[in-house]
Design a protein around this ligand. Structure first.
Ligand code: AMP
Ligand code: MG
Length: 343
């Protein structure tokens, strides 16, 4: 298959009409969102959705998020929409938040991976919304990467993984958040954070009160254990060389890494410390220690960058779990398979 790449501009209606037609006729289109690039198919069409799993090599038990362009669509996709969902939508939609709700029969089991629930998101990126509107159907879209690799935050990342496997890539430049959406379940007694993302735990709690935090966010879950968000149990976001997180204050971790590097070591660090690691094989800053938004935007590109070097191990600094730091740290810990040295 020849993958068509099109640069988009906000008022490029013809492009969205063409891409929408591809979605409606069962094809696959990668598109930019504020979080990461999504790999979209018609969420109401099981066969189209099967194509997503094939292109990504995604495990069958990992459900997909359905993307909508108008809040009202939630009522046909979900059996129950509790007041908390409306409250969250008022505060955080459109935006980087996915709600897990009891699904209606409109969503096929292939989308929910056999679960009785559905992840729903209303993205804020104008191109994502224009595509959903042009398609006229909700769009099921996981991140547009090969399963296990870091999520794509540019069209070039998507192309590297998906060339020849999908119909079209809409190139809308780099993603503004850079991490996947926050996933919160509203199906239990209390709201439960299943995946941290662009909307922080603190923001959720300011609207909902106490939110439980799923154990899989901070700890390794074994592959045969039952987890609330199936995606959380897989090794993820991983470059080829194994990653080790050095945990402690930035000054201490920088000092530790400096004494443990060789030319075959890669270092993933805060910008302030890049110059300390000249003897390492590949050094990549992923934002200032004081700028977690910059870290979120750059972490996946930084992780991908190590694959074009020949380093055999990667030592990484990691932010603390406060605010957006919880999401950045979660992605890094998953990339490291929760291999963490506390110093
Ligand atoms: P991705 O779009 O690649 O970031 O993956 C979607 C994430 O949302 C996965 O980690 C899923 O586990 C999670 N997710 C989607 N739908 C559900 C659902 N019904 N219940 C729990 N988690 C979900
Ligand atoms: Mg993903």
């Amino acid at each position: 298959m020849n993958t068509k790449i099109i640069k988009i501009h906000d008022n490029d209606q013809d492009v969205f009409i063409e891409a929408g037609k591809i979605i409606r006729s069962g094809g696959l289109v990668a598109f930019p969102t504020e979080t990461v690039y999504g790999l979209g198919a018609n969420a109401l069409d099981s066969e189209a959705v099967a194509g997503i799993f094939r292109a990504k090599g995604r495990p069958q038990d990992n459900p997909l998020i359905s993307h909508i362009a108008d809040f009202q669509e939630i009522y046909s996709l979900c059996r129950e929409v509790p007041p908390e969902a409306e409250l969250l939508a008022e505060n955080f939609w459109p935006g980087p938040l996915t709600m897990v709700l009891k699904k209606s029969d409109a969503i096929p089991m292939s989308v929910s991976a056999g679960l009785d629930t559905a992840g729903i998101r209303l993205p804020s990126h104008p191109a994502a919304r224009a595509l959903i509107r042009a398609a006229g159907v909700p769009i099921a879209a996981p991140s547009a990467n090969t399963s296990g690799k870091p999520s794509p935050t540019t069209a070039a990342h998507v192309l590297a993984d998906m060339d020849g496997k999908i119909d079209m890539i809409l190139d809308g430049g780099a993603c503004s958040v850079g991490l996947e959406s926050t996933v919160v379940s509203l199906c239990g007694e209390r709201p439960r954070l299943l995946r941290p993302g662009g909307i922080t735990l603190e923001q959720l709690e300011s609207v909902l009160g106490k939110v439980d935090v799923d154990r899989a966010i901070r700890e390794q879950i074994s592959t045969n254990e039952k987890v609330s968000a199936p995606g959380m149990k897989y090794r993820h976001y991983a470059p080829r060389a194994p990653v080790t997180i050095i945990s402690g204050t930035p000054e201490h971790t920088a000092g530790y890494i400096r004494t443990h590097i060789s030319p075959s070591t890669g270092v993933l660090c805060f910008d302030e410390y890049v110059s300390l690691f000249e003897s390492a094989g590949h050094v990549r800053g992923y934002g200032s220690v004081y700028d977690i938004s910059a870290q979120a935007r750059q972490i996946f590109d930084a992780l991908r960058g190590f694959d074009s070097s020949s380093v055999t191990e990667i030592l990484a600094q990691c932010p603390s779990d406060i605010g957006l730091g919880l999401a950045v740290a979660n992605r890094l810990k998953k990339a490291a398979g929760f291999n963490i040295i506390e110093i």
